[in-house]
Design a protein around this ligand. Structure first.
Ligand SMILES: [Zn+2]
Length: 57
C-alpha cells in the first residue's frame, strides 16, 4: 500500500522502500489514517516548537 503525504502529496511504497516508509509519521484520526513525509514532519515540529517558545515567554 502506497503512503501519501497529507501535506505535499509525496509518496513512498513500504513494500519496496521500507526504510524510508519507517521515517514517515502516521496517525489515526476519526478512523482515517494520515501520513506525513520527513520534510513535512520536520516543518510541523518546528511550528509546534515555535508555539511552545512563544507560550513560554
Ligand atoms: Zn510531505
Amino acid at each position: 500500500m502506497l503512503l501519501t503525504c497529507d501535506f505535499c502529496s509525496a509518496t513512498v511504497d513500504p513494500t519496496t522502500d521500507p526504510a524510508s516508509a519507517l521515517t514517515w509519521s502516521s496517525s489515526l484520526e476519526r478512523g482515517v489514517a494520515h501520513h506525513m513525509c520527513v520534510p513535512c514532519t520536520r516543518a510541523q515540529v518546528r511550528d509546534i516548537e515555535a508555539k511552545f517558545a512563544l507560550n513560554a515567554r
